[in-house]
Design a protein around this ligand. Sequence first.
Ligand code: 5AD
Ligand code: SF4
Length: 512
Amino acid sequence: MNEKQRLESQQIATKNPSDKKSEKDYSKFFESVYVAPSLKDAKKRGKEEVKYHKDFSISQEFHGLGQGKKFYIRTYGCQMNEHDTEVMAGIFLELGYEPTDGVEDADVILLNTCAIRENAENKVFGELGHLKHLKSEKPDLLIGVCGCMSQEESVVNKILKTYQQVDMIFGTHNIHRLPNILNEAYMSKEMVVEVWSKEGDVIENLPKVRKGNIKAWVNIMYGCDKFCTYCIVPYTRGKERSRRPEDIIQEVRHLAAQGYKEITLLGQNVNAYGKDFEDRKYGLGDLMDEIRKIDIPRIRFTTSHPRDFDDHLIEVLGKGGNLLDHIHLPVQSGSSEILKIMARKYSREQYLELVRKIKEAMPNASLTTDIIVGFPNETEEQFEETLSLYREVEFDSAYTFIYSPREGTPAAKMKDNVPMEVKKERLQRLNAIVNEISAKKLKEYEGKIVNVLVEGESKKNPEVLSGYTEKSKLVNFRAPKSAIGQIVSVKITEAKTWTLNGEMVEQPVEVK
Ligand code: 5AD
Ligand code: SF4
């Protein structure tokens, strides 16, 4: 939605205060509503060209807005959200706010939310309940809800109705408007709701405060057009739009110059990178081929969609070097029938063929995946196909989930004959295999030497350092603190259930 449309719909929204059905009159809350979110609108994919705004800056009138105030952001969900939090923290700092680690002394609290499953949403509602007393003790406190849940109309209505301790709701396309939203919240004292249902543009030059100085996330694209039938993301994150390669490359070069050791390229469906460019044919393979020449030891990307994973990308990844051969490749189900109803647009056989090609180009590649069990009407046989696919591919590990109906998605309307106890039992059976194969794969590391990017002291014991291998295995070992931030060689002495223990064998290695 562009600025003109936004202003037009702002007028419409003020003329038509909504929620007439409920007993209470919420019209006053909509005085400062620009657009109430709509899943139906969010589904429409506009023909409108993506606009690139390269000149983001915070208006002079907001400078000093946060003088003497502290902010706290709690992040739920995926890496995309974590990275959005880094951007919002950057904006807060530019406004003069200071960060704080605790909600008690915060002047602004933001919950950056996730909508992917119901339990993620319930956690946020629980947290809002906990924050209520803070608001009564400190009336000037601002509480905001942002992220994916804010894009759902049912959530916005629920917050308006039951969580009046909330001062601001803003969506995933509105992050760059944080200064305006904060300003309005201070001025109006009514709940400020600013959620654009339709896709946003691409905004460059947003400030960022990165978590740490070793690993960094870089967005390469936003949104998702896949519309898997169970998934809320295409509605909450809008249409696919790619950042221009030159902006991404410049950001990665800058991070390399600052000494970062690992970059993860982020997108909901990174393999669709570049499909929206009208002026050129340029995909993820082309981007990776350029980024691999930048002097940074480790490059990852997530998340992949098997359907768009093309041969050119495989060929480029096969060149190795700083392109790591750990690929997260969500399969969701091993049954072609279920995959069809999920609208994944590939079959079991096509997925296995892709795995074969990846392993051919990268013989040591490690694969991880996401799996949903208990999709509506999943039969025992179809579930067993998931188990057999898991064994066949021998994934290093997996995130496994029980299907959670999301309002507004096609799957949520499907009748479901699988009882919850059966779904839970299937999840346990799948997890038993996931654990068995993970343990077996970790055992193979005993006695081997691996390169570990040292991130810091282990959570359990400050005497021990920990870091990750190229294949994302967590390794704990004793070494001088000077190793933090370096890539060191570690000999694995013991495989635990989820982690590896080892001994540093030599000083930092230069990985190229
Ligand atoms: N229910 C359960 N799991 C889901 N995922 C996405 N939507 C749902 C849902 N409605 C899982 C998918 C996806 C991961 C990020 O979350 O496996 O890959
Ligand atoms: Fe959701 Fe499918 Fe898009 Fe992934 S590819 S974000 S599962 S719709």
